[in-house]
Design a protein. Structure first.
Length: 335
């Protein structure tokens, strides 16, 4: 038998198993008088096989069990048990009734655990849309830490470019999104993070001897940089102009992770965000600070039309904590 939809009341639950419209009112009056405790006793007696054993299982006296069963039979209008030689023999009607009662009581008994899971952010799912810089370099760590605390939470992670993530969040398709600005805040709430960019180079590169890399240091180096329309490249271009240097990347890449992979294979030096740099640390790459400051900005985006669930809020708190380990500065904007 298929479990019916969650009932609004006990009478709804019982009637869901097969009332017809002509007797609903009368049956509702009967069911409304039935106590959950009486149904629990009936179920326990049928499963245990005796009032004595049922008394031990549910922790009430045998006379109380007898009284509750008698009251339940009166309210129902039919016998549930026949006493034969001091033992209770369930009727055929009791077998029919048990099928529905068992489902209802099992549902009620699970409510406490369900409520506990929700309260402790240990139930539900989180749908995340993110740019590669976030989904590749930081989400795996955050999800691993979160699942250690909340193992029953499920995740859906979609990785896309910023303009697609922004559109998904505008249409409220995900619980949380991570994309590069600008963000239209009319339909979403936004927290903005910024990650400092650094210079990466292959192991043994001459620039590895320097503590800080400047545009002048890169003027004659084969440079791997973000694509020309990227916000980091715009800042990088300004830094080169102010230093009186010419910027001429020999490779432009849309994704920071591609820049890291290119440099790791000996293809020049690159400018990447701290998240990407950490991903390649120890993989044939040397990391050095870059001056002046260049920052990758990423926005955490939430639907404005619905409040954050407890599980999403708990996850985001952990994300912010993990992000801070990479130097992620956050400024909250909700206008």
């Amino acid at each position: 038998m298929r479990l019916p939809a969650t009932p609004r009341s006990l009478s709804d639950a019982i009637c869901a198993t097969g009332c017809n419209d002509g007797v609903v009112a009368e049956e509702n009056r009967t069911i409304s008088r039935i106590k959950i405790r009486a149904l629990q006793v009936f179920r326990a007696v049928l499963i245990a096989g005796s009032e004595t054993r049922a008394s031990e299982i549910i922790g009430i006296s045998q006379p109380s069990i007898s009284a509750l069963l008698s009251s339940l039979e009166t309210e129902l209008g039919f016998k549930l048990f026949i006493r034969s030689k001091g033992r209770l023999q369930p009727t055929v009607e009791a077998g029919y009734f048990f099928e529905s009662v068992d489902k209802i009581i099992s549902g009620f008994e699970s409510l406490g655990q369900i409520a506990k899971n929700i309260r402790e952010a240990n139930a539900g799912n989180i749908r995340i849309a993110a740019v590669p810089a976030i989904s590749v370099h930081i989400l795996p760590q955050v999800i691993a830490r979160f699942r250690a605390l909340h193992p029953k939470v499920q995740f859906v992670v979609q990785t896309q470019s910023s303009h697609i993530v922004r559109e998904w969040m505008r249409t409220q398709q995900f619980d949380i999104g991570f994309a590069e600005p600008p963000i239209d805040v009319q339909s979403v709430e936004v927290d903005e993070f910024s990650y400092r960019c650094v210079c990466i180079m292959p192991d043994g590169h001459p620039l590895a001897k320097r503590k800080i890399i400047t545009p002048a240091d890169l003027a004659d180096q084969p440079l791997v940089a973000p694509s020309s329309e990227h916000m980091v490249t715009f800042q990088l271009r300004q830094a080169f102009v102010q230093a009186g240097c010419r910027i001429a990347p020999f490779v432009e890449a849309q994704l920071m992770i591609v820049i890291g992979a290119m440099v790791a294979q000996g293809n020049g030096v690159g400018i990447v965000d701290a998240l990407t740099a950490a991903h390649f640390d120890g993989r044939g790459v040397v990391i050095r600070p870059f001056a002046p400051d260049i920052k990758l900005e990423v926005a955490a985006i939430f639907p404005r039309t619905r409040p954050r669930s407890r599980v999403t809020a708990a996850f985001y708190d952990l994300f912010r904590e993990e992000s801070a380990a990479y130097g992620g500065d956050v400024s909250v904007r909700r206008d």
